[in-house]
Design a protein around this ligand. Structure first.
Ligand code: DGL
Length: 282
């Protein structure tokens, strides 16, 4: 039996099915970080479809097809108790379709925080910083129509920020000027008012927020949804059998093995180190 299968079986013996976190790369770790605090005691599986990174550049029909086929495999292999799609680009495209295709599964989606931004802005000028895919989605346009019609919302699609975040996470270095150039279109001045909120509508971006603060032309609120997603997962977890099974006290995490799976195969040492820092083994 291969190591991975053996560990999955160990988790099964404990009647302790994992929570699966999914992203195109390592951005979903921003959600894992928050979930670790709110949802301990269950195994986590982190899946990065890095063979297809960046999702932001994909044409919609092909990405949808890829995701449905991939999830059929992931559900079969990992039998998750819940799946957190920790990716705006994937959720805004596929969350409805995944719920339809796998009705027995629980999915938590990640979508741009346009409603909270519209409620909080004082100037009425809000920017949504996302991948080109998320910016194009009808889902995103519907959120603006339904919750932010009274605001001026600028959609800013960046082709490079998710990759810069990946580089920063792996190498600890990022070109600040490049980050500054990517966020510059978020800053709008109009009739004496200025953008006061930028929605980080890609799970990679919270890892760059300090660089964004540093290179921003003026201070704004940066809305990061990681904690809200973890809270949503927590509220849905309340209806699940307790970790370890009925009548078994929560383990607090001892003996639980958290696994990462990258669709491109075995990742390079820097990435393995990063994932192990987040508590995952391959
Ligand atoms: N982390 C993904 C998101 O939240 C996007 C990265 C990509 O383009 O693949 O949108």
């Amino acid at each position: 039996m291969r190591g991975r299968d053996m560990n999955l079986d160990t988790n099964r013996d404990r009647d302790n099915r994992p929570i699966l976190f999914f992203d195109s790369g390592i951005g979903g770790l921003s959600v894992v970080k928050e979930a670790r605090i709110l949802l301990p005691g269950r195994p986590y599986v982190y899946v990065a479809d890095d063979a297809a990174f960046p999702y932001g550049a994909w044409e919609e029909a092909s990405l949808l097809e890829r995701m449905v086929a991939l999830f059929a495999e992931l559900i079969d292999t990992h039998r998750p108790v819940m799946t957190v799609i920790a990716c705006n680009t994937a959720s805004t495209l596929a969350i409805h379709r995944l719920r339809e295709a796998f009705p027995a599964e629980i999915f938590v989606g990640t979508v741009p925080a346009i409603k909270p931004a519209a409620e909080r802005t004082r100037s009425g000028l809000v920017s949504v910083l996302a991948t080109p895919g998320t910016v194009r989605r009808q889902y995103t346009r519907d959120l603006i129509r339904d919750y932010a019609s009274q605001c001026h919302v600028r959609l800013v699609g960046s082709e490079t920020l998710a990759g810069l975040a990946e580089q920063y996470m792996r190498e600890g270095f990022v070109d600040e000027a490049a980050v500054g150039a990517e966020i510059a279109p978020c800053f709008v001045e109009q009739d004496g008012r200025r953008t006061d909120i930028v929605v980080l509508a890609c799970t990679h971006y919270p890892f760059l927020v300090n660089r964004m603060r540093k290179t921003a032309p003026w201070p704004v609120d940066w809305i990061d949804t990681s904690e809200a997603i973890a809270r949503r997962a927590l509220s849905l977890a309340a209806d699940l059998p307790p970790p370890g099974g009925e009548g078994v006290p929560p383990s607090g995490g001892e003996g639980i093995v958290d696994r990462a799976h990258f669709t491109s195969g075995t990742p390079a040492p820097a990435l393995r180190r990063l994932l192990s820092g987040f508590g995952f083994q391959f």
